[in-house]
Design a protein around this ligand. Structure first.
Ligand code: KG4
Ligand code: ZN
Length: 335
């Protein structure tokens, strides 16, 4: 079952082909980051317009890389939610056109379910049930993945997403957009105990999280240093911030695995590329007698291969769409 998938929910335009949810045949990602860097963040209309320009050549490149002709595609999949609505609509409409032209099923995929499925591409032995942490620019979710399509939410952020906090702190440290990777590089030469930062709680649910107070604390450190005319240890602040985020995420994830009673834990989303988080979570879970699965960094960020992988399991459950499929800016991962 060769699935051709598209992902346009934010500022990456992506097309990919995956066979039977596991075998990667082609994975083409075009990042628009440098177009948005000028503005310090994603400009939705620019994102949509760029998706329109590159969808066709990107799809042709994916088919070439897969070594497949159009009739050899068995289904078309697309990210239908959540994300920037204008950007999503480009992919949804393009996928409808492709499914109509090829006379093949159309499979809608939730973006966060796609992030989880990046792990199916990387780990042939991985299968639900498992507990999962998905940390991206828009979401921070602790999930109980009961089956490929039956997913419950155990906890989430009450304010900023973890990736959003990375991007905002990177910005105040004068790093270019997108900030996560640049902040990680800066943190490498700093000490994680250089600054004392809070670990805010997220409310009544012990598995909820909060990152906005941490971001404000970083801002205060920077402002106080400026007022006192002290030199800021930028690398130390980046490392201390990373350690604080990782501690919040690691503690909640270990607890989530215990509460859900899962021995296997999956990490996914753009923030999963962070080396400190990967190592800290692996160590804490091993100490708790649990096993961590993480995709390689190249599959952590937005891509269409993860959408094609999840699409296979959605299709197996008969979760296809008609030509009235619409995009949605917000939608629960539980579906
Ligand atoms: O999943 P993703 O590519 O897009 C969304 O669905 O939002 O996640 C992007 C987020 C950004 O906030 C970015 O700064 C963060 O992932 N990120 C990182 C790293 N690489 C990307 N955060 C921390 N460390 C990294 N190495
Ligand atoms: Zn994403």
């Amino acid at each position: 079952m060769n699935i051709l998938a598209f992902e346009t929910s934010c500022d990456e335009t992506a097309a990919a082909v995956v066979a039977d949810g596991r075998a990667l045949r082609a994975n083409v990602v075009l990042s628009q980051a440098d177009m948005h860097a000028l503005y310090g963040g994603v400009v939705p209309e620019i994102a949509s317009r760029r998706h329109i320009e590159v969808m066709v050549p990107l799809t042709e490149q994916a088919l070439r890389e897969a070594g497949l002709t159009r009739p050899e595609i068995d289904a078309v999949a697309v990210t239908c939610a959540p994300g920037l609505i204008g950007a999503l609509l480009v992919g949804v409409n393009f996928a409808k056109g492709a499914a109509l032209a090829l006379q093949k099923p159309l499979i809608p995929v939730h973006h966060i379910r796609g992030h989880l499925a990046a792990n199916y591409l990387a780990h042939p032995d991985l299968a639900p049930p498992f507990a999962a942490l998905v940390a991206s620019g828009g979401h921070t979710l602790l999930l109980d993945v009961r089956s490929y399509t039956d997913i419950g939410v155990l906890g989430s952020t009450c304010d900023d997403a973890a990736g959003e906090a990375f991007d905002k702190v990177a910005r105040v440290l004068g790093l270019p957009y997108p900030g996560g990777a640049a902040l990680e590089a800066l943190a490498e030469s700093g000490r994680g105990d250089a600054y004392r930062l809070p670990r805010p709680k997220g409310g009544d649910n012990p598995l909820d999280m909060s990152f906005s107070g941490l971001k404000t604390a970083v801002l205060n450190v920077i402002n106080q240093a400026a007022q006192k005319n002290e030199t800021l240890d930028r690398a130390g602040l980046a490392a201390s911030f990373t350690r604080a985020v990782a501690e919040i995420l690691v503690g909640r994830t270990v607890r989530a695995a215990e509460i859900a009673g899962r021995r296997t834990v999956v990490l996914a989303g753009g923030v999963a590329a962070n080396g400190h988080l990967r190592a800290a979570l692996r160590e804490a879970l091993a100490a708790a007698g649990r096993t961590l699965y993480v995709p390689p960094p190249a599959l952590c960020g937005d891509n269409a291969a993860m959408i094609a992988a999840q699409a296979f399991y959605e299709w197996r459950e008969g979760r296809t769409a008609g030509m009235d499929l619409n995009g949605r800016a917000n939608a629960s991962v539980s579906g």
